[in-house]
Every structure is written in C-alpha cells, then in structure tokens.
Design a protein around this ligand. Structure first.
Ligand SMILES: [Zn+2]
Length: 301
C-alpha cells in the first residue's frame, strides 16, 4: 500500500481533496442529524402548549363533553338511532305507580349506558347535527323528564350532577311551583348548572289536538314567553306534547311559532335520524322495571 510520501503531487492533491470532502460530508450529516433531533426534543413542549389552549378558547368546546372514547360522525356520513328516554317522577323507595322510578334504578340506567360508551347529548346537539353539520357520537342518548315534578330537583338532579349527564326537563307552565312540582327558582338553579335544559310542555297539561288553532297558538306562545322570562332566552325552541297528543295541525302551527323540535311519546324504539326533520321525536318510556340493558336492547331496534 502506498503512503502519502510515496504519492506523486497530483495523487497527493486528490487524496487531500477526498479527505476534505469526507470531513465536509461528515459535518453536513452531523448537522442534519442535529437539526432533525431538535423538533423531537422540543415536541413535548409544543404538545403541552396545545393542551393549554382550551382555557383560552371560546365556549365552542361542545364535542369535548361527549364520552372520551366516542366515535363522532356527521349526518352526511351516517344516520343514527338515538334513544330518547322518558322519565316522570322519582322516589327513593316504594314507587307508588308506573310514573315513578327509584333513584337506584335511574342511577343504574345512566351508569350502564355510560359504561357501554353512550354520550348524553342535548337537543341543541341534535339540532346542530341536523342543520349545522356538527358531529354526534355514534352512541348518543337523550334523557328527558316530563311535567316538572319536585322529585326531578330533589332526587334526580343530584344524580345528574354526580354522573355528569345532560338532561332536558319539560315543564307545564301552570304547574310550576305548585305542590309536588319544582319552582322557577329551582328550574333556574338546574339550568344554570349547564346540565339541565328546561323546555315547554304547554301552558296546561291538556290535549292540544282538541283546542282551536287560536287557543293552541296563544297557549304555546304564553308558556314559552313565561319560560324565557324566568330562565332567560332559549337558543332553540323545543316542545313536548302532553300525553304525546299531536296531529298535523299542531305540528305545522308549532313549526310556524319556531318550534323546530317537537317531542312526542313512547314508541319503545330510538329516534331514527333518517326522519326529514325534528318535529316527531319519539321516546322510550322508562319505568321502575327498566334496566340499562333493556334500554340498550331497545336502542338497536
Ligand atoms: Zn306530561
């Protein structure tokens, strides 16, 4: 093998150029390796900045309130079957009749749905899914209570808070604050928690298919105005028909009054979002014998 000294000047020069090229090449490689390792080293800082962002964001963080493992879909991607549960009265023990659900049963129903990945959504979420292309969890459920019984506030509301579920309660204007019904102040307390929406179940608990168009309009408007005076403006108008009694005249009249969501009665199956609009939302009635497993079974119908 030849040494440097044995090389002629041209060979020696070539050798020096090769050596120099190798050194430059090595420097370039080291620089590239160094540069690519920088983002890796700083990436945890970038991530923690992203995590901090929600504290600065406006209150458009609705999707974060769905179950953490929820698969979100928009209406253009997939139609959903959404169980809309209907409860009335609650008790700790000894249910007097079919309207009553024991608090232990309510808790079991909610927990079982949560454990099975269901998100408790609001009617506003459903409205946004229909008309604003907003996503909903594939497993969505809506919990509703009719009539505005005091036990909704005394017994069920603490459970809604404990289990962090969104609920809609439909109140009859003439019954608010009467014996066995919660007051407007109690309604406001629940609404201000952000967990409970309060909507109208009419001025009186009557069959609105049996009144004149004028009485219908006046009664529905009166109840809605009074509700908003006590609780503040509603972003969407939702109405639940007393005893589920409705017909094409009531539906059209209420639509004209701005009630884009109209809730009817028990069909024992979930609301199917292939429906053209939200003016016929059927529900699944829950009694003291209803189990979470049964609700899930009915939700797949
Ligand atoms: Zn009712």
């Amino acid at each position: 093998m030849l040494t440097h000294n044995q090389l002629n000047p041209t060979q020696n020069k070539k050798m020096r150029i090769t050596k120099m090229a190798f050194i430059i090449f090595s420097l370039v490689i080291l620089t590239i390796v160094g540069l690519t390792s920088i983002p890796k080293a700083t990436s945890p800082i970038v991530q923690s900045e992203v995590v901090d962002l929600p504290t600065l964001a406006s209150p458009t963080t609705e999707p974060l309130e769905f179950a953490s493992n929820a698969t979100l879909v928009t209406k253009s991607e997939e139609n959903l079957k959404i169980p809309v549960l209907l409860y009335h009265e609650f008790c700790i023990d000894n249910p007097k009749n079919d309207l009553y659900t024991k608090t232990s049963v309510l808790e079991e129903n909610i927990s079982t749905l949560q454990e099975n990945g269901y998100s408790f959504i609001t009617f506003a979420d459903l409205y946004a899914f229909y008309y604003e292309n907003a996503p909903l969890p594939e497993k969505s459920v809506i919990l509703t209570c009719d009539d505005g019984y005091l036990s909704n506030f005394n017994l069920a509301y603490p459970i809604f808070q404990k289990l962090n579920v969104k609920v809609a309660i439909f109140v009859v204007d003439s019954l608010v604050g009467k014996q066995n019904y919660f007051t407007w102040d109690e309604a406001k307390q629940m609404k201000d928690s952000g967990l409970v929406d309060i909507y109208s179940h009419g001025k009186n608990h009557i069959d609105y298919t049996k009144v004149t168009a004028e009485t219908l309009k006046n009664s529905i408007n009166f109840a809605q105005t009074n509700l908003e005076q006590h609780l503040g403006p509603s972003s969407i108008k939702v109405f639940a028909y007393p005893a589920g009694k409705y017909n094409s005249l009531t539906v059209e009249t209420l639509k004209d009054l701005g009630f884009s969501i109209q809730v009817i009665t028990d069909y024992g199956r979930p609301f199917d979002t292939t429906a053209a609009d939200l003016t016929g939302i059927n529900r699944i009635r829950c009694t003291n014998n209803t189990t979470g497993a049964k609700i899930i079974q009915d939700s797949l119908k």
